[in-house]
Ligand binder design. Structure first.
Ligand code: IPE
Ligand code: IPE
Ligand code: MG
Length: 244
């Protein structure tokens, strides 16, 4: 059972196109699949669910699609947050908030405050998020510490950088799923998935249900995570120390 599941929710546009509907209909249908996924994670006792909702590159899409997506985000925050908070979900956002409207930014802030004390499931929404930007930000923080004389350049280690990327206070990403059939990461979590298990499916995001997620979890349970060691070492229990 993964403690931390991350999902690249891809295929909304193609789902709509297959039905000869505008892409935005696919994004609305995608919001339903988000609900199913949250329900599934709550049932299964997953601790953290990180969803890739909008990449730093998705701003390149036609203005009509971007503004439609922003309306869906606003609407979902208005209508779903209090219920999720009631069910024990803590909601957080990662990514460049400055890129969003004042209205969306204040809703994000409100959502985090309202749900901040919850502990059943942490739901992280990656919005205007880019993995490269995340790493660059961490590098900037460390560079500033060096400039201020608080840190020596030779003390910049992977562990130090890891403290400043997104999700650093949460369990490692165990499983990363991408729907929609493309075999790429598209600037989602980069640093954080160094040893995550990857799972790809051609199923389009709006068609994702609990059955498909169970299949991903079953496949995950069959995998041997070796973290650079040999299978024999892992069989002897050496992995537990690395991934408690
Ligand atoms: C993913 O679905 C949702 C966002 C990127 C916001 P797409 O909109 O990328 O759907 P496809 O890949 O075009 O089918
Ligand atoms: C990745 O999907 C981003 C999200 C799912 C939010 P894209 O559809 O933007 O990825 P590319 O452009 O096909 O790589
Ligand atoms: Mg896509």
């Amino acid at each position: 059972m993964p403690r931390h599941l991350a999902v690249i929710m891809d295929g909304n546009g193609r789902w709509a196109q297959q039905r000869r509907r505008p892409r935005i209909i696919g994004h609305r249908a995608g919001a339903r699949a988000v609900r199913n996924t949250i329900d599934f994670c709550l049932q299964q006792g997953v601790e953290v669910l990180t969803l890739y909702a909008f990449s730093s590159e998705n701003w390149r899409r036609p203005e009509e699609e971007v503004s439609g997506l922003m309306r869906i985000f606003l609407n979902v925050l208005d209508t779903e947050v209090s219920e999720l908070a009631r069910r024990g979900v803590r909601i957080r956002f990662i990514g460049d908030r400055e890129a969003f409207s004042d209205a969306l930014r204040s809703k994000m802030q409100h959502t985090e405050t309202l749900s901040g004390a919850n502990a059943k499931l942490t739901l992280v929404i990656a919005a205007s998020y880019g993995g490269q930007q995340d790493i660059a930000h961490a590098a900037r923080v460390l560079a500033q510490q060096v400039a201020d004389g608080q840190l020596a350049a030779q003390d910049i280690t992977a562990a130090k950088l890891a403290e400043h990327v997104a999700l650093s206070d949460l369990p490692e990403v165990d499983l990363c799923i991408r729907t929609g059939g493309d075999l790429r990461i598209s600037n989602f979590l980069l640093w954080q998935i160094a040893y995550s298990e990857l799972w790809f499916t051609p199923v389009l995001w709006p068609d994702v249900d609990e059955k498909l997620l169970s299949q991903a979890f079953n496949d995950y349970a069959q995998r041997q995570r070796r973290f650079g060691m040999t299978g024999e070492q892992i069989d002897a229990g050496a992995g537990a120390a690395l991934n408690p």
